[in-house]
Each structure stands twice: as C-alpha cells, then as structure tokens.
Design a protein around this ligand. Structure first.
Ligand code: AHZ
Length: 308
C-alpha cells in the first residue's frame, strides 16, 4: 500500500494540464468530438498487477471458508446461484468453474443453433431474471441462448455475496465424519484448471481447499470433466455405482431431473445433468427449463439445510 501511495503521488506530480496528460472527468461524454486526441489517466504497469493480485488473493483468502460452494457454472449452477444469492444475501456463495468462460453448454440452444427452448412452467425463471421470449403455447423461445446466459451471469455476478472463480477446477471433495460416524462432504479441493490438467507432467502442484457446510454440484453429464462429483462419490465408496445417463426422452428427462434434485450424499446437493449420470435418468436434449428449475430447487434444498 505504501508503494502504491508513492506511485500515485509521483503520477499526480506529473499529471498537470501543462504536460498534456490531464484527463478531464467529462472527456468520456464528449468522445465523439475527440478528433484523435483521446487520452487516458496515466498509470504504472505494476499498479495494474497489484490491483488484480490484491483482490484475487483476498477473495481466495476470504472464500477459503464459504457457506456454499457451487461446482460448475452452467445453466443449472448459475440458476442455483441466482436463487440462492438472492434469497439468502447473508450466505457466502462461491462458484468454482473449470472453464475460462462460465456458462457451460448454454451459450447455444443446442445442436449449434442459437435459439433456446424452455418448457413451461420454467419460463417463470426467465421472467424473474428479465429475459424476453416468444410464447409458443407449451414452451417459450429465447431469441439467443447467450441472452439467457449473459443475463443470469450478470445478475449473479452483481450480487455482493456471490463470488465466481473461473479457470479453477474442483479436483476432489473434502469428506469428514459427522457426529453419527457418517461420511459428510465438507468442502472442495481446487486448483487452477491449467494446473489440474497437467498433474501427469509436473509434480508438487498441490491444490487448495474451500470448506463449506453445503456443496452443490452442477458439473453436467459425462465429458472431460463432467459428472465430476457423481464419479468421485463412486470412487470414494459413497455411491455403489453410476446410474449412467439414458437415451434422449424429453418428456421423461426434464421432470426426472427437477424432481430428483436433492442432497445425494450428506452435505452434497446435486443439480442439472450431473443427476442423469447419478440416477440413470434420460437426457432431454436442447430444452433448458429443467436446468433452471433444478437449479432453483437445489438452492431451496440448501436453504432448507441452513434453516434446519
Ligand atoms: O466446465 C463445466 C461446465 O461449465 C463445469 N465443470 C465440470 N466439472 C467441473 C469441475 N470443477 C469445476 N470439476 C466443473 N467446474 O460445470 C459446468 C457444467 O455445465 P453444463 O452446461 O455442462 O451442465 P448443466 O447441467 O448446467 O446443463 C446441462 C445442459 C444440457 S446437456 C443436455 C443433453 O445432453 O441432453 N441437455 C441440456 C439442457
């Protein structure tokens, strides 16, 4: 902080109108009239690094103990974060997303096409977050899936109690014995995803931990990282075997996912398509209402645990 003060004072000394570096606070408003004379407030390069490092590591420090960790920021994880963050602004909700770009599979409506189909009554979630749609009777259509994803993401990120750590993967679950001698999920082991992907080539890249009384897993169906917690439950012996996702059946799949959203192991709530691998339910293909409703249900399950 002392170094930063010195940077600032040096800068302000050389920042008068006389040397041409002064930036008028109204300059942004008159951008159209710039005629090639647009200027920025001066900065030291190290200030930029420090501005980021200080906040990033403060966040990691503060969130090492969270109230809820959500694993995966796809449509289910983000819908969950929205409902939880809004309903319980007192809870520290930390989202861990392996990808650089949060949103999972919801940047397209499926089949590489842009419109997103949402079956009723899950359109209520779209209305809640303010996403417009066309009404087709039993279902609605959002003109571009990215409109849904960017809206829910921006609503979630604006909440002061919600933190998103992207490019960060959950590598393991923390498990403790509770008072009754049962295994309880009590946190997650994380690492930067690029590190997590290179454990075979480098050693001593030890991971980090976040503890929380409630973990919500939303890592999607099987894939390079998908169904992470469901698979780990099996390898830890907390689940006998995976149900494995069945073939596509929209009418069976969507209610199965929403109604099956629950605490699958003590301390671990599962939501979204990860449940299809856990329970052996069908996939629904490109209809997203179940992801939204399942996310909301996972949030209400978490709230129930906190209130019990
Ligand atoms: O990067 C993953 C994605 O953004 C992230 N993720 C997976 N493993 C992780 C790990 N640590 C951190 N170990 C991890 N993050 O989880 C997110 C999952 O998003 P998704 O869009 O794949 O899943 P979802 O359940 O939210 O939505 C599923 C959407 C689908 S798939 C489908 C079908 O195949 O029929 N239909 C729908 C609607």
């Amino acid at each position: 902080a002392a170094d930063e003060a010195i940077f600032f004072s040096k800068l302000s000394k050389t920042n008068g109108t006389s040397n041409g570096t002064h930036v008028d606070k109204n300059e942004y408003d008159v951008l159209e009239n710039y005629e090639g004379k647009y200027r920025f407030a001066p900065i030291e390069e190290a200030q930029v690094s420090r501005a980021m490092i200080k906040r990033y590591f403060n966040t990691m420090y503060e969130r090492a103990v969270s109230d809820v960790v959500i694993i995966g920021a796809g449509s289910a994880g983000l819908s969950c974060a929205y409902h939880l963050g809004k309903s319980r602004p007192d809870l520290k909700v930390t989202i861990i997303e392996a990808g650089v770009a949060p949103g999972g599979g919801a940047w397209l409506g499926g089949q590489l096409m842009t419109p997103m189909v949402v079956r009723k009554p899950a359109d209520r979630f779209l209305t809640e977050i303010g996403v417009p749609f066309e009404d087709e009777g039993p279902f609605v259509v959002v003109k571009h899936a990215a409109l849904f994803t960017s809206t829910v993401l921006s609503r979630v990120l604006a909440m002061p109690n919600v933190v998103l750590m992207n490019a960060t993967a959950v590598e393991d679950l923390i498990v403790r014995e509770d008072f009754a001698g049962r295994q309880r999920v009590a946190g997650v082991v994380t690492n930067w995803t690029l590190v997590a992907l290179n454990h075979d080539t480098q050693s001593c890249m030890d991971p980090n931990v976040i503890t929380a009384p409630v973990i919500i897993t939303a890592t999607g169906h099987d894939g390079p990282m998908g169904a992470f917690s469901a698979k780990r439950l099996v390898s830890m012996g907390l689940l006998k075997e995976l149900g494995n996702m069945r073939g596509l059946d929209m009418n069976r799949a969507e209610p199965a996912i929403v109604n099956g959203t629950r605490e699958v192991a003590p301390g671990l709530i599962m939501t979204g398509m990860e449940l299809s691998e856990h329970d052996g339910s069908n996939r629904m293909g490109p209809t997203f209402g179940a992801m939204m409703a399942s996310g909301v249900k996972a949030a209400t399950e978490a709230i129930r645990i906190f209130e019990s």
